[in-house]
Design a protein around this ligand. Structure first.
Ligand SMILES: NC(=O)c1ccc[n+]([C@@H]2O[C@H](COP(=O)([O-])OP(=O)(O)OC[C@H]3O[C@@H](n4cnc5c(N)ncnc54)[C@H](OP(=O)(O)O)[C@@H]3O)[C@@H](O)[C@H]2O)c1
Length: 276
């Protein structure tokens, strides 16, 4: 990456996801004195101060006033209350960059809560961001500059891969694939583990075998230029045992099942967006 830009970034809400993001930033060399966080309860803040040397406060207004970039990191159901409170007490919100990592809420809702003049980027990180292997979908409103987008890319690159989306609706699809995806993989891995156990392995060995296989397959997919189908074919000799296993999946229409699962999750994301 080219020279890193430093802006003072303030996280409003210091739960699991912002802790991962700011932890990733600081471990990656971002200066701690430019990272701030607020949270109602003190213990999380004490831990963050101790672990990362950042400045924290129980006062959202203070952190929002000091920040150039405000990351809204509270639960979606609290967003209205938190935003309206910021709008009433923090001057010049329109001169700051606002980033929201909350699921569901549309741009229009933030303009309603914070005013039409704000510059907003929505981000949908996924849970593997907690271990630095996340996928973050990003979508910007028309006011965000290239420099704003570059800065936000830099922030989320610290916890994994960033994918920019042209349309706000695409974030529902990204959520259904990358957001929900870890659960699909865990479900599939659980099935393999159970099969190994039923055929004589103990739980520990079965799990180790499955998780390392998943890691190895993901690593090969990441490192290869071949399509996923080509990679699959490379481990499927004609007439061999893998071919027999694959035949079972194909007869059960696994590819079609994945499509149905993603469509169901997209529909639910769209329904939930209407709740907030
Ligand atoms: N975790 C994920 O995998 C994931 C993935 C994608 C998106 N997200 C989004 O990320 C956001 C945060 O999720 P999370 O997993 O970090 O949640 P979390 O661990 O439950 O944390 C929420 C935090 O918000 C704090 N909070 C409550 N009221 C507040 C207020 N008025 N002002 C400031 N902070 C307040 C809570 O403090 P107390 O504990 O003191 O009440 C808590 O630390 C959510 O909008 C979620 O949709 C999360």
């Amino acid at each position: 990456m080219s020279a890193k830009e430093v802006r003072t970034i303030g996280f409003i809400g210091a739960g699991n996801m912002p802790q991962s993001i700011l932890g990733g930033m600081i471990k990656g060399g971002y200066p701690a004195k430019h990272v701030l966080a607020s949270n109602p309860s003190r213990p999380k803040l004490d831990l963050l101060e101790e672990k990362y040397g950042i400045y924290t406060s129980q006062d959202n207004h203070e952190i929002a006033r000091k920040a150039d970039v405000i990351v809204l990191s509270v639960k979606p159901q609290l967003m209205r209350e938190v935003c309206e409170d910021l709008a009433a007490h923090v001057p010049d919100l329109d001169k700051k960059l606002i980033v929201s990592i909350a699921a569901g809420l549309r741009f229009a809702r933030y303009y309603e809560f914070l005013g039409d003049d704000i510059t907003l980027i929505r981000c949908m990180p996924n849970t593997p961001s907690l271990v630095g292997a996340g996928v973050s979908g990003l979508v910007a409103d028309g006011k965000a500059t290239t420099a704003d987008k570059d800065f936000v890319t830099q922030v989320f690159d610290y916890v994994g891969l960033t994918i920019w989306l042209d349309e706000e609706d695409a974030i529902d699809v990204l959520g259904a694939v990358a957001g929900s995806g870890p659960a699909y993989f865990f479900e599939f891995m659980h099935g393999l583990q159970r099969a190994a156990e039923e055929l004589g392995f103990d739980a520990e060995q079965a799990r180790a075998m499955v998780q390392q296989t998943a890691l190895g397959a993901a690593k090969m997919a990441c490192e290869s230029d071949l399509s996923l189908i080509e990679l699959r074919k490379q481990v499927t000799s004609k007439g061999g045992s893998t071919a027999k296993g694959i035949e079972v999946y194909q007869n059960a229409e696994l590819t079609d099942i994945s499509k149905r699962a993603v469509e169901a999750a997209v529909a639910r994301n769209q329904e939930m967006a209407k709740l907030f």
